[in-house]
Design a binder for this molecule. Structure first.
Ligand SMILES: Cc1cc2nc3c(=O)[nH]c(=O)nc-3n(C[C@H](O)[C@H](O)[C@H](O)COP(=O)(O)OP(=O)(O)OC[C@H]3O[C@@H](n4cnc5c(N)ncnc54)[C@H](O)[C@@H]3O)c2cc1C
Length: 305
């Protein structure tokens, strides 16, 4: 637990972020989790993901952006990504973070930036997922999402909720009223016990409760996890309730439990792989190490190769 908190703490250090982006030798350590630095490399990775029977979601890595010019560059990047998806015919949607679009500068800016991406995706028949970040921006993220969802359709834009937050069951019920497509995940940030379950078993228990609520809603949701217990609970519940395999999708991260990804796709489940790419890989990479400290050994081994 201490290691997890320490790694997440390090993931938020601006100086280390800048250093990591510039220090080339670090880059080769990231290839297990990060698909590359540019769109071309991400497209190549997604072609392979598609060939394994899975769909994908592009994620251009960047977060907590502090300049308006940088948010503008992020919008351009995503407009390019949406165009490339159409040109190449790969099976992919996109995931965005609102702090990448300026949420911590001004929520209105983040809304306007995200709106441009959602509008373009809707025009192309594609879909934008708004990732969920730290609890300091949960409400602001939901507020921007609600505005976008009021303007665009169910299949144009969706949101993420995290089962470690106490508030998530209420949020899920409220957002389902709209209705909206939800990705449920456990949550990847350091959260205090005032807002989040400190014990993993409670996080897991809440995950199952929210998953069941989502599956019963009749809306197409994303069940994002690598945890075989969560996956079995989903499959069992769907079978018991007579919910078809095409009524929801499993989602996993690039480079994690590829065996399980392929198994689920082979068994006829819909499987989407979240494919991150870009220069600002450091915070994302550190959160992956935090989830499984054994990954540190994997990284250190590669360092000596
Ligand atoms: C598609 C997708 C999108 C996500 N989007 C968000 C988001 O928007 N906001 C957010 O806060 N979080 C997001 N997450 C991260 C999520 O919240 C968890 O931190 C992460 O998925 C680990 O939780 P788990 O459900 O896999 O279960 P855990 O209990 O953490 O792990 C279960 C098992 O999965 C494997 N595993 C898990 N993580 C790793 C890893 N890093 N390396 C190797 N093996 C691993 C291990 O075998 C582990 O025993 C997302 C996750 C996925 C899959």
């Amino acid at each position: 637990m201490l290691t997890r908190s320490a790694l997440i703490y390090l993931s938020r250090q601006e100086g280390l972020k800048e250093f990591a982006a510039r220090f080339k030798p670090f880059k080769k350590l990231t290839t297990r989790f990060i698909a590359g630095e540019n769109i071309g490399e991400a497209v190549a990775a997604i072609r392979q993901v598609n060939a394994r029977g899975c769909t994908a979601s592009f994620d251009h890595l960047n977060e907590s952006v502090t300049s308006i010019a940088e948010t503008e560059a992020e919008v351009s990047e995503y407009l390019d990504v949406l165009a490339r998806i159409d040109e190449t015919g790969i099976e992919s949607n996109v995931s965005i973070k609102l702090t990448q679009f300026g949420l911590e500068i001004d929520p209105e800016l983040a809304y306007r930036n995200a709106r441009r991406v959602v509008e373009d995706a809707a025009r192309r028949g594609n879909f934008v997922r708004i990732d969920m970040e730290g609890s300091n921006v949960t409400q602001a993220t939901i507020d921007v999402f609600r505005r976008l969802r009021a303007e665009f359709g169910l299949n144009d834009v969706g949101i993420v909720l995290q089962s470690y937050l106490y508030r998530t069951m209420d949020d899920a019920r409220a957002v389902l009223q709209i209705p909206a497509r939800i990705r449920i995940c456990k949550g990847a940030y350091n959260e205090p016990p005032e807002v989040a379950y400190p014990d993993k078993k409670d996080v897991d228990h809440n995950y199952v409760r929210v998953m069941q609520l989502l599956l019963q809603s009749g809306v197409y949701h994303g069940i994002a996890t690598h945890d075989p217990k969560m996956i079995d609970a989903t499959i069992d519940f769907a079978q018991k309730e007579g919910i078809g395999k095409a009524a929801f999708e499993f989602q996993m991260l690039y480079g994690i439990r590829r065996d399980l990804q392929e198994q689920l796709a082979h068994d006829g489940y819909r499987m989407r792989v979240y494919v991150p790419y870009g220069k600002h890989w450091y915070p994302y990479f550190m959160r992956r190490l935090a989830e499984r400290p054994a990954n540190i050994w994997f990284v250190l081994k590669n360092l000596w190769k």
